[in-house]
Design a protein around this ligand. Sequence first.
Ligand code: ADP
Ligand code: MG
Length: 675
Amino acid sequence: MRNFIRALRFAWPFRFRLAASICFAILAAALWSLNFTAIYPILKIFGTNQNLQSWVDTSIDQCQLGIDARVKEIAVLRDGLKTFEELKDENPKKETLKRRQQAQITRVETELKTAQDEIYRYHVAKKFIDSYCPVDRFQTLLAVLLIVIVGVALRGCFEFWQESLVGDVVNRCLFRIRNLFFRRCVHLDVSNFGEVGTHELMPRFISDVDTMGGGMKTIYGKVIAEPLKALACISVAAWINWQLTLLCLVLVPFALYVLTRFGRTMKRATKKMLEGMSSMYKILQEVFQGIRIVKAFAREPRERRRFHKATRDHLYKAQWVITLDAMTSPIIELMTVVAVAGVFLMGAYIVLEKPTRIFGIAISDQGLEPETLLQLYALLAAAADPVRRLSNVYTRIQSGFAAAERIFSYLDREPKIQANAEAPVLERHQTDIEFRNVCFSYSPGQVLLEGIDLHIKHGEIVAFVGKNGCGKTSLLNLLPRFFDPDHGTIFIDGVDIRQVNLRSLRKQIAIVTQDMFLFDDTIFNNIAYAHPRATKEQVEAAARKAQAHEFIMSDLPNGYDTLVGNEGKKLSGGQRQRICLARAFLAEPTILILDEFTSQNDPEAEVDLHRTMHELRHNRTILLITHRPHTLEVADRIVVLEEGRVAATGTHAELMRTCPAYQRLHDVQQKRLVA
Ligand SMILES: Nc1ncnc2c1ncn2[C@@H]1O[C@H](COP(=O)(O)OP(=O)(O)O)[C@@H](O)[C@H]1O
Ligand SMILES: [Mg+2]
């Protein structure tokens, strides 16, 4: 609810459009009731053998008669009052009689007043009818119908403008919300993406935002327009006979109760349906991404079953939403029909039996004309139509609530790792890195890294080795602050990295990640990702350094303009790795982190890369994660990680002498190479 209101507030910049749409809605409502009021003159024309002019004259005459009679009655009553006043004071009945007489006088006086009002209205009507209305009855009918048609056409225009304005405003709101949402998501911590995955996020951008938009359209459109129509009809009906109209409205609270119950069920159902959608997205994404694995292991049937199950689940949930949505209309319709039928019976009774009171309420002083009653019904029926259209409004809005909750729960997430936009910028010169007593865990209680103390001097090449899953990648992920350590501090040049501007920190670091991610774009743009304004020469130089230039020019059809396909799937693993390397080189970082960067390359390329490392080391610090003995030779120092701690540091030769863990790793690698 609160979140949905927040979504509605996004319309504030477009308030003038909304105001215009409300004006159009009011005009449309007025015309709506006017169209149905036209029934009265039509019935009159058919019901009596008079034209409008003579009808007004007779009505005025009748009214005048009534007035005269009442004036006389009042005179007689006053005389009676006088006689009562002349009675002796001792007479016990005097006061009672006087009071009764006075009450009668007041009643007749009110009647006189109503009759006078009525005759005034007839006089006004007469003036209008005499000067504008045709004398011929058929022509009058024609004129009325013409007015109705013009009214409907105008109403159509107003409704069109109203609806398109609302649609326009809501779409603009959704545009803003989507962009804000994206912005927030991109700024979230890396850990958030690990937890929920993209399949959770994608439907939020698409179906949730749409569902929320549906709710907003309903609020700004139907919720304003339809009640106005009903209100216009009911006001006219009340003007004709408020007592009967009131009777009809008795059902309103009952209808509201039913709608509320439905709405709550609907909200729950929609939430479940949207969740079902998420699990569908999850399977889609996984299967399409891992299509090679699926095919290689011939697991299509399993995936088909999995998807079938998810879609069936979604189908049931969606069916339930549809059922609820479809059920509300007939129920509301039934209720309105019951209400109208009740009032119809009552009205028929009044017309036929001419009572003046029902349930103690004065209905009408002289009974009702059948025409008036039919007019009343027409108006009430006309009021029922917008009410019927409102029937699924509540459920729509509840769906909007559910979607808004899902969206805003994300918008409200604050990244734990703050950007420190105001903090001092990390200067680009020396990059001594120090890990001081760093502890880190992904989930509380499961310590991955413990008491890491390391000092890496500027210009050093340091290699990290250790078993799979011992936390090498995690340790180096702490440097660009993808995660923050639980305890301990990381210093660059003696400055705590949590105290500096995050962008300036990340700008100093370039990473070649294990997964070698590429965008579905050209080779050129992928390399220039960190440096969108890089020249062709710069990109080529970086590619040369990464041993990528040759294969780009010789193997790829369009050289640097070749598209790499989704996630670079059109390239080989080694090629992808070298493009990633070129991208990192072009960024000119002071700290270069290379995670298993030679794992996919042939020995020849590897040797060339080692030469590059030596060239690059002059003004930067290079951190490597590798298992390759050859690559290890490039390093000045090797850090052995074991069970979340630094087991030893030193050169290859030193470690071979002193560190059993390193010896084991080395032996295994050697055996593999020999084998
Ligand atoms: N985003 C993550 N969330 C939770 N656990 C993770 C995450 N990334 C890695 N891990 C866990 O942390 C451990 C160390 O992973 P990693 O640092 O990638 O190891 P290495 O690079 O040394 O092979 C692994 O056991 C892995 O299960
Ligand atoms: Mg790793």
